[in-house]
Design a protein around this ligand. Structure first.
Ligand SMILES: [Zn+2]
Length: 58
């Protein structure tokens, strides 16, 4: 089992918490959304992956 975790902002915990990545699209580019689950409160959120660099996106 390869579990992936990232520290992301949780609006329910009001802090950065450890999030388990529960869904990664097949084409795992940074523009695709991933689903994270907060390991503290268990809420699921959709977020874009981190961009490698700052670029102008709409
Ligand atoms: Zn949380």
């Amino acid at each position: 089992m390869d579990q992936e975790f990232e520290y992301r902002w949780c609006k329910f915990c009001m802090t950065k918490t450890k999030h388990e990545i529960i869904f990664v699209p097949k084409m795992a580019t940074y523009k695709r959304k991933r689903q994270y689950k907060c390991t503290i409160c268990g809420s699921k959120i959709w977020l874009q992956g981190r961009r490698p660099s700052a670029e102008s996106v709409y």
